[in-house]
Every structure is written in structure tokens, then in C-alpha cells.
Design a protein around this ligand. Structure first.
Ligand code: NDP
Length: 284
């Protein structure tokens, strides 16, 4: 049901965007918090991103989330960036204020909240490995380095994207240069993860429910496993972790908390996290 009066408009830009659970989650949050607002998905092709972002000001839209494939390019259309967006080199949340576009990023802190609440783990002093070098891997890696991970190992199928990620991280965290290690895996599986406390699967392999990039023998009882994918709820990576008895979590928590943080930044109100969580839980 539409909110009565003149609702404030929020939304999400993606391409495609029909799969996004954010409209469901954010509209439930607005209703529960009695904020007269409406959150709408906008399918924006890459060539229309710049004009669409500038158009937000004329339309009086209050805030927008940005998802695939726009997060990195959106940086160039912002008038200002928060420190989180600067560190991430990507924008996932935009606020329109006094005719300006302010770019922010809640992915990293969303991941961190999920890590703390769903896996009861703080990255400080830990050894972590991230598989992937796309937007999700970058957000996770930035959050881990910001919050004091001791060593960070990065794995990716292709060389270029991995090199780009390593360059960004070393430039953003110059004092941590010697704590960042990387390896191209090509078509091979990762077979050695000795000493890793936290393993994060941040590639899209596994979305179809078939593929895992790790040899089962590489998983060990001392680690925790985090999967950034939230659908399917159990990927091959998480199935393997379950079979090995390893504490694990899927990306639903990251989705939830990045959304809750965006809601709070836009509205200045505490996000109704339990309502948002319930709505996501009901998704089949
Ligand atoms: P990108 O397209 O930016 O990156 C994809 C990554 O997956 C690259 O590292 C790519 O490797 C790798 N990859 C894809 N297919 C394969 C394969 N078959 N074998 C090996 N590596 C593969 O995507 P994102 O980083 O944005 O998203 C990654 C995943 O994270 C998605 O499944 C997405 O749903 C999830 N995600 C979850 C979020 C949450 O809130 N829970 C937020 C954002 C993303 P290469 O460089 O070699 O192509």
C-alpha cells in the first residue's frame, strides 16, 4: 500500500535489478518505522548511470542504493564521498542533500556486523583469506584491513582483476602493504589454507549451486567460513563447511546490515533490524 501524503522516494539502481531483495526489505523498514516513504527498483543500463544519478536531484529523490554493475562507476558522479566510500573505491548508497549527491558505502560495515553477529568473530589479529576480486571481495577486504586483520590472503581466477584489487588495497592501506598476499588460481582449486582463521567466499561461482573453488581437504576445523552469496541459502562452499563441522554464515546478514546502515544514514532513525530480517527470512 502506498504511504498517504507525499511520500519521500528512495530506490535502487541496478542492471538487472529485478532479483534485488532491497525493495522488500526497505519498504518493510519504512512501514515499521512509520516513515512515509517508498523504495523503488530502477533498471538503469550502464550508459545511463551518470544522467540518472544527476536526475535524482531534479526529481527530489532522497536516497538511492547502487548495485551491480554500477558501484565503482558511480564514484565519478558524486559531489562528495564519505571516508567509507573513498576507502572502498565504490558507492552503494547515495544521499541527496541540498542539491548534492553524497556517496557512501555500507557494504564493508554490513559485512563486519554480520561477521560479529552471525559468526561471533572479530577480525582483529586474525588471518583471513578472501576468494574473489570483484566488488564484494573488495568491500570485504577493505573492511578486514580497516578493522585490524593481521594478514590477508587474496585468491582469484583471473590475474588482472586481482592485480587491480591488490593495487587498490596497498594504495589505501600503505602501512599494511606487507600483510597482503595474493595468488591467481586460474582453473585450479585452492588446496592449502593452513593457518587461515576466516575464509570468505566472495565470487559468484556457487550461485548456480554447483561450483566450489576449494578442495575439501583444504578446510580445517580451526576456521570459520563466510559465504557472500545469499541465494541459494546453502552453496557448495557452505555445504562443504557444514560437512566438515565448520561454523559458517551466508550473505543474508551482509545484505541485511548494509541495508540497515543505509536506512539509518538516510533517515537518522534506528533501523528496525528484526523486521527487515523477518522479511528476508520469508524469501523462499
Ligand atoms: P563481480 O562480478 O564484481 O565479481 C565476480 C567475482 O567472481 C570475480 O572475482 C570473478 O573472477 C569470480 N568468478 C565468477 N565466476 C567464477 C567462476 N566460475 N570461477 C571462478 N571465479 C569466478 O561480482 P561481486 O563481487 O559484486 O559479487 C560476487 C558475489 O557476491 C555475488 O554472488 C553476489 O551475489 C555476492 N554479493 C553479496 C552481497 C551481500 O550483501 N551479501 C553484496 C555484494 C555481492 P574473475 O575476476 O576471474 O572473473
Amino acid at each position: 500500500m502506498l504511504p498517504i501524503g507525499a511520500p519521500k522516494i528512495y530506490g535502487i539502481f541496478g542492471y538487472p535489478v529485478h532479483h534485488s531483495l532491497s525493495p522488500l526489505m526497505q519498504n518493510a523498514a519504512f512501514r515499521a518505522s512509520k516513515v512515509p516513504a517508498l523504495y523503488i527498483p530502477f533498471e538503469i543500463p550502464p550508459e545511463a548511470l551518470g544522467p540518472a544519478l544527476r536526475g535524482l536531484i531534479a526529481l527530489g529523490i532522497r536516497g538511492i542504493n547502487i548495485t551491480l554493475p554500477h558501484k565503482e562507476r558511480a564514484v565519478f558522479s558524486m559531489d562528495r564521498l564519505t571516508p567509507e566510500a573513498q576507502r572502498a573505491g565504490a558507492v552503494n548508497t547515495v544521499k541527496i542533500e541540498r542539491g548534492e549527491l553524497i556517496g557512501h558505502n555500507t557494504d564493508g560495515d554490513g559485512f563486519l556486523l554480520s561477521l560479529r553477529r552471525d559468526l561471533k568473530m572479530d577480525p582483529k589479529g586474525k588471518v583471513a583469506a578472501v576468494i574473489g576480486a570483484g566488488g564484494a571481495a573488495k568491500g570485504v577486504a577493505v573492511a578486514l584491513l580497516t578493522h585490524g586483520v593481521d594478514q590477508l590472503f587474496l585468491y582469484n581466477r583471473s590475474r588482472n582483476r586481482l592485480a587491480h584489487l591488490v593495487y587498490h588495497l596497498k594504495k589505501t592501506f600503505p602501512s599494511r602493504k606487507n600483510s597482503i598476499f595474493s595468488q591467481v588460481i586460474g582453473s585450479k582449486k585452492i588446496s592449502d589454507l593452513k593457518g587461515i582463521d576466516l575464509l570468505i567466499q566472495a565470487t559468484s561461482a556457487g550461485m548456480e549451486g554447483k561450483m566450489c573453488l576449494i578442495e575439501p581437504s583444504a578446510l580445517h576445523k580451526g576456521m570459520r567460513a563466510y559465504e557472500t552469496i545469499y541465494y541459494p541459502k546453502e552453496t557448495p562452499f557452505l555445504r562443504m563447511a557444514r560437512q566438515k563441522g565448520i561454523p559458517r554464515a551466508n550473505g543474508m546478514g551482509m545484505l541485511l546490515y548494509q541495508g540497515a546502515l543505509a536506512f539509518e544514514w538516510w533517515t537518522g532513525k534506528k533501523a528496525p533490524v528484526s523486521v527487515m530480517k523477518q522479511v528476508l527470512k520469508k524469501v523462499p
